[in-house]
Design a protein around this ligand. Sequence first.
Ligand SMILES: Nc1ccn([C@@H]2O[C@H](COP(=O)(O)OP(=O)(O)OP(=O)(O)O)[C@@H](O)[C@H]2O)c(=O)n1
Ligand SMILES: [Mg+2]
Length: 366
Amino acid sequence: MQTYMVGGAVRDALLGLPVNDHDWVVVGATPQEMILAGYLPVGKDFPVFLHPQTREEYALARTERKTARGYHGFQFHAEPDVTLEQDLARRDLTINAIAQGEDGVLVDPFHGRADLKKKVLRHVTDAFREDPVRILRVARFAARFHDFTIAPETLALMREMVDNGEVDALVAERVWQELARGLMERHPSRMFAALRDCGALERLLAEVAARWRPRLAQQVDRSAERGTALPVRFACLVHGVPQHDLRALCERLRVPNECRELGEVVAREHAHVLAGGKSAAPEVLKLLERCDAIRKPQRFGEVLAACECIEPGFDRSRLERALAAALAVPTHEIAAEAQRQGVKGPGIGERVHHAREAAVARALDE
Ligand SMILES: Nc1ccn([C@@H]2O[C@H](COP(=O)(O)OP(=O)(O)OP(=O)(O)O)[C@@H](O)[C@H]2O)c(=O)n1
Ligand SMILES: [Mg+2]
């Protein structure tokens, strides 16, 4: 059996980028031989193994055939007679289909190196169709390698797959996983632009597709430039989506709670936050309460961060001062004092509220 390094590790090394994880392909071995050599089988869909020490992924060379529509319709053929070239032929992009043998020699039958030089994302063969996740992957690579373009024939193939309903069969978790990764790349707007160009955005994120403009692209890219966390980037993406549509989007894609919650607060409140640099203390306190800022000050920091990406001239300092003042109000003491005076229930809450209002007013008058 022979082992080759493939995929991202070879590509990134050729690009002079740091290599984090390695993918390997094994030619001329059976699953039994792998298990006997101590490799741990993983996943039921693919003949993939983990190295007993490094835990890196070793996949048997394989050819895939699709038996049914959509992501689960795979049947694989992984026999010791599958060649390296056959395995490379069914990979997604030429730049990901370069192998490196143990002797260091590159095997590059699909001219991945030439495409790296030309900075082109190009599918390897028609086998690209076998996996609709690749539509999202190409878009994600466009966001990462922002000076690369998508080959016209690849974009045409992606469009054809979308027209055939291939993206509709994708499971929500995979879609979200790819979108989330793309949002964390350097130029996330390029992912959405690529998805729009092939028609996938309309199918997967119609709420965003309807609002996709150069301005929104800039806002999302600004969130990446500033190195913000995923929820902030997601909130920027969806800040213009109406509440009801946003809830539907989050349900459909099973968006994790942290992203969902920040997205909803920012969509609902960003206009008030952006104006909140000016309004009077009672309104400012109400805004902080609607954002649940007093209970979740850290999340309010993320709301402000999203608003800075939405409107780069926005000055967050006034609202930060207001929140600091509201947080500094000694609520326990006020409640205890009120109780001593015989005040009950809602009356106590009112006193706290008034104390906070006064504190915010003082902070804003400075
Ligand atoms: N849907 C997919 C997923 C993966 N691959 C192949 O498997 C390799 C490894 O996949 P993965 O680790 O997911 O991607 P990388 O290209 O290594 O990129 P990353 O830097 O994101 O790990 C890819 O390079 C590609 O050759 C593929 O053809 N089709
Ligand atoms: Mg990889």
